[in-house]
Design a protein around this ligand. Structure first.
Ligand SMILES: *Cc1c(COP(=O)(O)O)cnc(C)c1O
Length: 846
C-alpha cells in the first residue's frame, strides 16, 4: 500500500528509539506520558527544515504558522509512508472497503504525531527551530468533510481499523468546500463557504493513474451475441472522471497504515477547444464546471433527505468510482471477479452509497459477463449496510423519474431486483395468506408508490446486503420492529447490532492529555493500548489524593474552555460553576429547545427567589443548523437572545450564564468536551440512533443527563445507574404518548412552570424588538409538539435540580465522574471494529 510514492529517507530510522533523552525536562513535565519512538529530534528538525525550504520554497524567517504546519505535515507524512513500508506484507487475504459520503476527520496532525509516538519529538524539533507546536497545530484547517455523527463515526472507524490491523480503504468525496463556516449576526446563523483546501493539503497524494470514468444519463441498448441471451448496454450521454486523492491513515504505534481515498470530479476534456477558438470562452469550459460541481461542496443536510439532483450525482459518482477501483484491484490480484466475496467486504455507511447494489450488478454483468444469478450472488455476499436513522423524513428516497433520467440502466436493474423479490413473496403468499395482501407487498417493495413513485434506498440497501446493522441495541431492536419489520421476518439473521464507538486516541489521548497522563500514572502505560485497564481507576474514586488530581485536570480544562468562550463570544464564565454542555447538530429531535426552555424556567426561578443558594451554572451550546432548516435556526436565535437577557441581568449574576459558541467542529469539540461537567443527551427516546458525543463526554468524566435513547441506555448499563441522570419517557412511552391527541396542551396545563416559561418566550421578553419572533416555536409546542418536549419537561426539571444537589457534594460528584471514565472502555471504536470484523466482514486482523 502506498508503495508507489517516493522512498522516504528516514525509513531505516523509523523505529529507532533514541529520542527520549533529547526531550527537555520541561516538555516531559507538561506533556502526557505517552509513548515515544521514531526519529531523533535532530532528524525531524532537519526534515522539517528541508520541507520548508525545498517543498514550500520558504525561509524560516518568512514562514507563517501555516507554512510550518505544511512543512511539519510533509515531514510526518514521510514517516507514515515509512511506517507503512515497514509494515508492508503480502497482499492481505481480505480487505474492508468503507464507503461513506462523509468523513469528518478534523485535523490530522495530532493523530499522526500521537500514533507515530512523535508528539514530543515534534515539539522539541519545532522548538529548536524557534516555533511553537501548539501554534502550528492551530494553523491546520479542520477537514470538515461531514455534517456530524455519521461522518465522525467514519473517521473514528478509519483510525481504529488502522490501529487494530484491519486492512481497509475508506472511500469518499474530496469536497473543495466542507461543512459551511457558521457565524452569528445578532444571534442569527450565517453561513460562509469553508475553504480547507485554499492552501493545498499536505497530507494527500494525488493519483492521476487511479482515475475512472463515471457516466450519467443516455440510453440503454440491447444485443444478443449468443443465441437467446439478451445483453443490455448503457450508453451514457455524459461522462465525468473520478481522480483518486489518498490520505494515509496511520494506526496506533504506526503498526499499520490504511488509506482514505477521496474522489475528485474532473471533466473528460478540460476545455472544448473548437468552441474556445470560435470565441466562446465561457461555453468552452461549461462541461468542465458541470463535472467539477460534483465534488464542489458537501451537502449541509444533517439527516433529512436531500432532494437535489446534484446530490444523487455525488452519490453515484463516488460509489461507481469506488466499486470500479476495488474490482480492478481484486481482478489484478486474484484474476476472477467471482471470488470477490472471499476477499472484499464492502460497508455502506447509511444509504448514500446504496446505488452500489445495482451498480455492482451492472459492472459484473456488463464488464465481466456474469449471469444475473452469479452477479446477484457476488453482490449480496459482498455488500453490507449500516442504518443510521428510522425517522421517516430522513429515510432516503429518489423519484423514479429522476433515476430513469440520470441512471437509466440502474433503474432497470432495480425494477428487476424488485420484481424477483416481490414474485418470491407472492409465491410464498399463495401458501401463506398473511403475505398475500397488497399492503404487505407494498411495505416490502423497493418502490414506494404512495408518494409519487420513489425508490426506497433503505430497502434497496437492505435487500442487496448480506448483513444490515443498527448502531445501538435500542436502535437495532426498533429496526426489527418498525421500518424493516417485514423484511426482517424474511431473513431473521440479516439484522445485527453494532453499537457505535469512538477512538480513544483522539477523544482521550489527544483531547485530554492531562487525564491520559493521570491514567497512565495510576494504572500503567498499558492503558494506552488496552482501554479496559481504565477500570483500575475505579479503586481510586474516593481516594482524596487521586480525586484532587482528577479535579485539577478538569479545572485546567475548564479554564481553557473559559478562555475560548471569552475569546469567541466576549462572555466571561467562571470555572467554579457547573459547566452544563449541549454541543451537536441543531435538530428538533435532539431537543436543544427543551434545554433552552428549562434555562428560561431556571432564570424565572432564580429571579423569584434571588436569595436562595442556587448552584451556579453555565449553559454552553454549540452546533450548526442546516441552512434550510428554519425551525432549527430559530432555536439558535432563541438561545442567543436568552443568553443576552440572562447574561445582562445583574440579579442572576454568579448563578446563571448562557453562551453559544459559534462554528462547532471537531477541533472545538476537542476543547469543549474535556471541560464539561454535565453532558446533555436529551433526545426524544427512539429518535437518536446511537449518539457518539455522549460517549466522548462520559469518557472524559462529564456526567450525563439523558433520556433512555440510543447508546445512552448502554452507557447507563456500563457506568451504573447511580452515575448517570436519566429522565423522561422511554421509547415505548413515546410511542404510547404519540397516539394520544392533545397531549401537549394537557401537559402545559398541568405544569405551571412550563406554562410560565413558554409564556415568557411567547411574550417577546427575549425579543423586544420583534415580540412575535418565537411564536412559531411556542405555538408548535402548544399544538403539535412532535418531539414530546412538553411530556418530558417536568421530569427534566426535576432531574436538573437533583444535579444541582449532587454538585454541592463534591466528593460524591467526583466519585461518579471517575467511575464514568473508568467504565467507558467498551465504547472504544476498536471494540466496534472488532465486532464488525468478526461478525460482518469475516476478516482477519493482521
Ligand atoms: C461527535 C461529534 C458529533 C456527534 O455528536 P452527537 O452528540 O452524537 O450528535 C457531531 N459533530 C462533531 C464535530 C463531533 O465531534
Amino acid at each position: 500500500m502506498l508503495n508507489d510514492v517516493l522512498t522516504p529517507p528516514a525509513q531505516r530510522d523509523a523505529l529507532r528509539d533514541d529520542s527520549a533523552s533529547e526531550i527537555p525536562a520541561a516538555a516531559a513535565w507538561t506533556a502526557p506520558l505517552l509513548w515515544q519512538t521514531g526519529d531523533s529530534v535532530v532528524d525531524l528538525r532537519e526534515s522539517i527544515r528541508a520541507k520548508l525550504t525545498f517543498a514550500l520554497g520558504r525561509t524560516p524567517e518568512s514562514a507563517r504558522p501555516r507554512d510550518w504546519f505544511a512543512a511539519t505535515a510533509l515531514a510526518l507524512r514521510e514517516r507514515i509512508v515509512a511506517a507503512c513500508m515497514a509494515s508492508e506484507k503480502a497482499v492481505p487475504n481480505k480487505r474492508v472497503y468503507y464507503l461513506s459520503l462523509e468523513f469528518l476527520i478534523g485535523r490530522l496532525m495530532s493523530d499522526a504525531m500521537n500514533n507515530l509516538g512523535l508528539t514530543e519529538t515534534t515539539r522539541a524539533a519545532l522548538r529548536e527551530l524557534g516555533v511553537d507546536l501548539d501554534a502550528v497545530q492551530d494553523a491546520e484547517p479542520d477537514a470538515a468533510l461531514g455534517n456530524g455523527g455519521l461522518g465522525r463515526l467514519a473517521a473514528c472507524f478509519m483510525d481504529s481499523m488502522a490501529s487494530i490491523g484491519i486492512p481497509a480503504v475508506g472511500y469518499g468525496i474530496r469536497y473543495d468546500h466542507g461543512l459551511f463556516r457558521q457565524s452569528f449576526e445578532d444571534g442569527w446563523q450565517r453561513e460562509a463557504p469553508e475553504t480547507w483546501l485554499a492552501e493545498g493539503n499536505p497530507w494527500e497524494f494525488v493519483r492521476p493513474d487511479a482515475s475512472y470514468t463515471i457516466g450519467f444519463g443516455g440510453t440503454v441498448t440491447m444485443s444478443s451475441p449468443n443465441e437467446g441471451v439478451i445483453r443490455r448496454h448503457w450508453q451514457p450521454a455524459e461522462t465525468v472522471r473520478a481522480v483518486a486523492h489518498d490520505i494515509p491513515v496511520v494506526g496506533w504505534r504506526g503498526r499499520h497504515v490504511n488509506r482514505l481515498r477521496l474522489w475528485k470530479a474532473e471533466a473528460g476534456e478540460p476545455v472544448d477547444l473548437a468552441r474556445f477558438n470560435g470565441g466562446d470562452h465561457v461555453g468552452a469550459v461549461a462541461a468542465r464546471s458541470r463535472a467539477e460541481a460534483i465534488s464542489r461542496v458537501l451537502y449541509p443536510s444533517d439527516s433529512s433527505a436531500e432532494g437535489q439532483e446534484l446530490r444523487l450525482r455525488q452519490e453515484y459518482f463516488f460509489t461507481s468510482a469506488s466499486l470500479q477501483d476495488l474490482i480492478a484491484r481484486h481482478v489484478n490480484e486474484r484474476g476472477d471477479v467471482r471470488s470477490l466475496p472471499d476477499h472484499a467486504a464492502i460497508q455502506l455507511n447509511d444509504t448514500h452509497p446504496a446505488i452500489a447494489v445495482p451498480e455492482l450488478m451492472r459492472i459484473l454483468m456488463e464488464d465481466h459477463d456474469l449471469s444475473w444469478e452469479d452477479a446477484w450472488h457476488v453482490t449480496t455476499n459482498t455488500l453490507n449496510y449500516t442504518n443510521h436513522t428510522l425517522m421517516p423524513e430522513a429515510l432516503e428516497t429518489w423519484p423514479v423519474e429522476l433515476m430513469e433520467r440520470l441512471l437509466p440502466r440502474h433503474m432497470q436493474i432495480i425494477y428487476l431486483i424488485n420484481w424477483m423479490h416481490l414474485e418470491e413473496q407472492a409465491k410464498h403468499g399463495r401458501q401463506d395468506p398473511a403475505h398475500q395482501d397488497a399492503a404487505y407487498l407494498a411495505s416490502i417493495s423497493l418502490i414506494d408508490e404512495a408518494h409519487g413513485r420513489r425508490v426506497r434506498m433503505g430497502h434497496l440497501a437492505f435487500h442487496g446486503a448480506r448483513r444490515v446493522n443498527g448502531v445501538s441495541a435500542l436502535h437495532t431492536d426498533l429496526m426489527r420492529s418498525t421500518v424493516f419489520a417485514h423484511l426482517h421476518a424474511l431473513d431473521p439473521d440479516k439484522i445485527v447490532n453494532k453499537t457505535n464507538g469512538i477512538t480513544f486516541r483522539r477523544w482521550l489521548h489527544n483531547a485530554n492529555p492531562g487525564l491520559t497522563r493521570l491514567a497512565v500514572e495510576t494504572v500503567g502505560s498499558g492503558v494506552l493500548d488496552d482501554p479496559a485497564l481504565l477500570r483500575g481507576l475505579e479503586a481510586h474514586a474516593e481516594d482524596p489524593a487521586f480525586v484532587a488530581r482528577y479535579a485539577a485536570v478538569r479545572r485546567q480544562r475548564k479554564e481553557a474552555l473559559a478562555r475560548l468562550v471569552a475569546e469567541r463570544t466576549g462572555t466571561d464564565i467562571d470555572p467554579e460553576a457547573l459547566f452544563d454542555v449541549q454541543v451537536k447538530r441543531i435538530h428538533e429531535y435532539k431537543r436543544q429547545l427543551l434545554n433552552v426552555v428549562e434555562t428560561v424556567a431556571l432564570y424565572q426561578a432564580i429571579k423569584a427567589e434571588p436569595h436562595r443558594d442556587w448552584t451556579p451554572r453555565v449553559k454552553i451550546f454549540a452546533g450548526k443548523a442546516a441552512p434550510s432548516y428554519v425551525q432549527a435556526k430559530l432555536i439558535i436565535k432563541l438561545a442567543c437572545d436568552v443568553a443576552r437577557a440572562v447574561n445582562d441581568d445583574p440579579e442572576v449574576a454568579g448563578r446563571l450564564k448562557v453562551v453559544f459558541l459559534p462554528n462547532y467542529s471537531v477541533s472545538l469539540a476537542e476543547t469543549i468536551i474535556p471541560g464539561a461537567d454535565l453532558s446533555e443527551q436529551i433526545s426524544t427516546a427512539g429518535m437518536e440512533a446511537s449518539g457518539t458525543g455522549n460517549m466522548k463526554f462520559a469518557l472524559n468524566g462529564a456526567l450525563t443527563v439523558g433520556t433512555l435513547d440510543g447508546a445512552n441506555i448502554e452507557i447507563r448499563d456500563h457506568v451504573g445507574a447511580d452515575n448517570i441522570f436519566i429522565f423522561g419517557l422511554d421509547a415505548a412511552g413515546v410511542q404510547a404518548r404519540e397516539a394520544e391527541p392533545g397531549y401537549a396542551a394537557r401537559a402545559i396545563q398541568a405544569s405551571p412552570r412550563l406554562a410560565a416559561a413558554l409564556d415568557m418566550i411567547a411574550s417577546g421578553r427575549f425579543s423586544p424588538g420583534e415580540p412575535g419572533r418565537f411564536r412559531p416555536l411556542t405555538d408548535d409546542l402548544r399544538r403539535r409538539d412532535q418531539y414530546l418536549l412538553t411530556a418530558d419537561f417536568d421530569d427534566y426539571w426535576r432531574v436538573q435540580r437533583s444535579i444541582d444537589a449532587a454538585w454541592r457534594d463534591p466528593r460524591g460528584w467526583w466519585a461518579k465522574a471517575i467511575r464514568n471514565t473508568a467504565r467507558m472502555a467498551w465504547f472504544s471504536s476498536d471494540r466496534s471494529m472488532r465486532e464488525y470484523a468478526e461478525e460482518i466482514w469475516r476478516v482477519r486482523l493482521s
